[in-house]
Design a protein around this ligand. Structure first.
Ligand code: ADP
Length: 400
């Protein structure tokens, strides 16, 4: 079986083609700046005989007026020319789509039909930045892969196991029952993937885990026995940890103060909290590599920003150890979590009380794949697990 995974954004599209059952990636790629005369396409081909990073890469710059033109070009790359990996679109058996918001309708991977599409559309109001692009991705793929099954895998689905006392806000009940205002949580595909890997590594099907996804967006989850019990993002991906450009948790009165006495419009507040806050607002740089360089050069703003970033993670570790009534492993993943030894060290600092002992040398080592960076004496394992959301989407399609 060939499974084609598509992650559609408003101006970009990421894809990966897998061959099943051996989970072999055949190619992956990215179309950036859709809607411009100078869109960029990167197409990478894997060597089926030699597992590892892609063996070849093709880059092209061309006009891609809209999403359909972008996916059409990807289909051409898959089937034609030096980077071709299949003969025709009909050789794709399943197209798996990342869909950000599944609301309370979707708790797992779902075969797309007219009813499912209508529900995804109903959720545009809850995810105005993401679901419309994901929906369009499905419609275009239906045209370019006619007769191929389409599957939707939702970022929120993994967190649908949260108990009601964890997902409700203390607002008047009608805002939940009529307006669906509650915690949903995001990054579910990533939390599920690394939690499954950690559970297998620990050989404990009931493992109590705290998974920490630190990328541009950042979130944590409390996972027990493979079920999400709580997570730091909420009604939207703005809640919880300090992120690259998002504020994370905030007293709601700050918004009232911005909107009232300080004269901001709602749109300005949205831009402030989503695009100008987080590490960008605190340190002047949203990329943790830049923050690390500034810190090394003695920049006091960068030092304080990192203190705030790490403190928030440690607060959630404490909270989730309580949620789980104990802890078997912490799991770091995504761009920052997988690569930034300093952030990991700061996030694990002064937590001996919980039985967390980081091994400094293992933390600094850069071996690929799953790594245990705790000391042998540590009661809690500390793991670094590279996430792979595309593979997780493909697995869920295959299981379905
Ligand atoms: P996304 O949330 O968009 O999927 P990623 O998981 O790819 O993001 O993470 C991107 C972020 O990872 C970058 O903004 C950068 O801050 C961080 N990052 C990537 N590599 C490193 C590194 N070697 N050291 C520190 N941070 C890194």
């Amino acid at each position: 079986m060939n499974i084609f995974v598509v992650n559609s954004g408003s101006s970009s599209l990421k894809y990966q083609l897998f061959r099943w059952p051996n989970e072999q990636p055949l190619c992956s790629g990215l179309v950036e700046r859709i809607g411009s005369a100078q869109a960029e396409i990167t197409h990478r081909v894997f060597d089926v005989q030699a597992p590892g990073p892609p063996a070849a890469e093709q880059r092209s710059t061309l006009a891609v007026p809209d999403y359909e033109a972008g996916l059409r070009e990807v289909v051409r790359l898959l089937t034609d020319g030096p980077g071709a990996v299949i003969g025709a679109p009909a050789e794709v058996d399943v197209v798996g789509h990342r869909v950000v918001h599944g609301g309370e309708f979707f708790t797992g991977p779902t075969l797309v039909n007219a009813g499912v599409k209508a529900k995804i559309k109903e959720l545009f109001g809850l995810a105005p930045l993401h679901n419309p692009a994901n929906y369009q991705g499905i419609e275009v793929a239906e045209r370019l892969f006619p007769g191929t099954r389409q599957v939707a895998v939702f970022d929120t689905a993994f967190h649908q196991t949260l108990p009601e006392y964890a997902f409700r806000y203390a607002l008047p009940t009608a805002l939940y029952t009529e307006q669906r205002i509650r915690k949903y949580g995001f990054h579910g595909t990533s939390h599920q993937y690394v939690a499954d890997q950690a559970t297998a590594y620990l050989q404990n099907p009931d493992a109590r885990l705290i998974t920490i996804h630190l990328g541009n967006g950042c979130s944590m989850a409390a996972v027990r026995g493979g079920r999400s019990l709580d997570t730091s993002m909420g009604f939207s991906p703005l809640a919880g940890l300090v992120m690259g450009t998002r504020s994370g948790d905030l007293d709601p009165s700050v918004l009232l103060h911005l909107l009232g006495p300080l004269g901001y419009t709602a749109e300005q507040v949205g831009t402030l909290l989503n695009k100008e806050s987080g590490m960008l607002g605190l340190a002047g740089a949203n990329d943790l590599r830049d923050v690390g360089r500034a810190l090394a050069a003695g920049d006091a703003r960068a030092a304080r920003a990192l203190d705030i970033y790490a403190y928030r993670i440690r607060q959630y570790i404490g909270a989730y150890a309580a949620v789980l009534n104990g802890l078997d492993a912490l799991v770091f993943t995504a761009g920052v979590g997988e690569n930034d030894a300093l952030v990991r060290a700061r996030a694990c600092q002064d937590l001996e009380f919980f039985g967390l002992e980081l091994d400094a040398a293992r933390n600094e080592a850069r071996t690929p794949g799953l790594r245990d960076i705790s000391r042998p004496s540590s009661r809690v394992r500390i793991l670094v697990i590279p996430t792979n959301e595309e593979l997780e989407i493909a697995r869920q399609c295959a299981t379905l």
